[in-house]
Design a protein around this ligand. Structure first.
Ligand SMILES: [Zn+2]
Ligand SMILES: [Zn+2]
Length: 155
């Protein structure tokens, strides 16, 4: 979050960038719709009281009679959850600094996947396996947009 109280974010490829001026409550949603929309176990979302798209705009999928979900039409990153006139929530991990919106609530527990319990207790790679993985990624060149606004895009 900047001194002005705004934060920026965007999709993986950078075709869609946004600025948020005020946040509401952050949560994780375990509902089946969020699982599908995020391709993930749960969706970390934060209410964006004021959001402005500064580059591009999300494509939308109407996932129910009351909800639209925004995503990047180029790279597919899930970006928004819009509930009728109630407001927009943004996918926390699309923020340039996701650590600024810590979830304080979990919802959609009826669909919570049992293995979510204890994820933080999973072991990490053994040193030998970690070294192998590191070697594989050594020459990798990232095409992901950096975690800040850029003058030109594509670069
Ligand atoms: Zn994108
Ligand atoms: Zn949900």
């Amino acid at each position: 979050m900047t001194a002005a109280g705004s934060a920026t974010g965007g999709c993986q490829c950078g075709a869609v960038r946004y600025e948020v001026r005020a946040f509401g409550r952050a949560s994780i949603c375990h509902c089946r719709m969020c699982q599908k929309a995020f391709g993930n176990a749960f969706a970390p979302l934060v209410t964006a009281k004021s959001i402005k798209f500064t580059r591009g705009a999300p494509k939308q999928f109407k996932s129910s009679s009351k909800v639209r979900r925004g995503f990047c039409g180029t790279c597919g990153t899930p970006l928004t959850y819009e509930f009728e006139d109630f407001g927009t929530e943004i996918a926390i991990c699309t923020l340039d600094d996701p650590s600024i919106a810590a979830p304080v609530l979990q919802v959609g527990l009826e669909s919570r996947i049992p293995w979510c319990e204890g994820l933080d207790k999973l072991p990490s790679r053994e040193p030998a396996e970690a070294a192998q993985a590191e070697a594989l990624f050594k020459d990798l060149v990232s095409y992901q947009h950096p975690d800040h606004d850029t003058e030109n895009w594509p670069a």
